[in-house]
Design a protein around this ligand. Structure first.
Ligand SMILES: Nc1ncnc2c1ncn2[C@@H]1O[C@H](COP(=O)(O)OP(=O)(O)OP(=O)(O)O)[C@@H](O)[C@H]1O
Length: 250
């Protein structure tokens, strides 16, 4: 194990519904790297993120995040550890709709015990830095898809975690918002020093990452430039041209 690695995973095996989703998976990531995992629907990408975050126990193998073996975390301490170590971004932003943008962004800090003034100060600064300062006081449910994702990224960053994991962060966005959120997400390592691990079905999103990996039949393989090209068929280009759901881009 190398202490400076953000992620250090070895021999990871995980099963669900009688199927082996992860088979002897190994993965390392350094501070400030961005990684994208692609793979067919149902191949286990979200499961991989859940296991890496210590939300789901593997059948076997070791997961170390910033030197902590997630198997050693006691349930009572796991939530606090996760709060300061990993920021999460999901497909639809998953903001609390009745709260404003700034209240959503401040939430992890408030839950972690940070005082109100400091939490709101940090959240406000992050919203400004991420280009959504002007909607800080708007209720989350009136934000556009792209704005929601920016606020979700601010929330994920609020505790300054070393690792951001994003599960299909552009899956509900149109082409323009996908480009904007991509640019933002993959700028985080340079701007905030975080490691970014994103799962995406969209090769045009994955192409922005420093490293690309593909999950298929339980095997996680790092893609070379040539393999990554082959995984980006023309069909993927039209995939981003239409919103994936009615929730896309208000
Ligand atoms: N707790 C569970 N019990 C039974 N089956 C499960 C469980 N969790 C996940 N699965 C199954 O495991 C498979 C992988 O799910 P997962 O959501 O990780 O895939 P994915 O690659 O993220 O898919 P998508 O790209 O469609 O979101 C799916 O077939 C899912 O139904």
């Amino acid at each position: 194990m190398t202490a400076s690695l953000t992620l250090d995973v070895s021999g990871l095996t995980c099963e669900a519904g009688g199927r082996t989703l992860l088979r002897d998976v190994a993965l390392t990531a350094r501070a400030g790297e961005s990684l994208a995992v692609t793979g067919p629907s149902g191949s286990g990408k979200s499961t991989l993120l859940a296991v890496l975050a210590g939300l789901r126990p593997p059948r076997s193998g070791t997961v170390r995040v910033c030197g902590t073996d997630t198997a050693t975390l006691r349930p009572a301490k796991a939530a606090a550890w996760r709060l300061r170590t990993i920021g999460f971004v999901y497909q639809f932003g998953e903001l609390l709709p009745e709260l404003s943008a700034i209240e959503n962004a401040a939430l992890p800090l408030l839950i972690g015990g940070t005082g109100r003034a400091q939490a709101y100060g940090t959240a406000g600064r992050l919203l400004d830095e991420l280009g959504v300062g002007k909607v800080a006081d708007s209720p989350a449910d009136v934000l556009s898809g792209g704005e929601r994702q920016r606020v979700a990224v601010a929330r994920a960053l609020s505790t300054r975690p070393p690792l951001i994991v994003a599960d299909e962060p552009t899956g509900a966005l149109d082409e323009q918002a996908t480009d904007d959120v991509c640019e933002l997400l993959f700028s985080l390592p340079e701007r905030y020093g975080t490691t970014v691990l994103t799962v995406t079905h969209n090769p045009l999103v994955a192409v922005h990452a420093d490293r690309r990996l593909h999950l298929r039949d339980g095997r996680l393989e790092e893609l070379t430039e040539a393999r990554a090209e082959a995984e980006a068929p023309d069909a993927a280009r039209s995939e981003v041209s239409e919103p994936a759901s009615a929730e896309a881009e208000a």
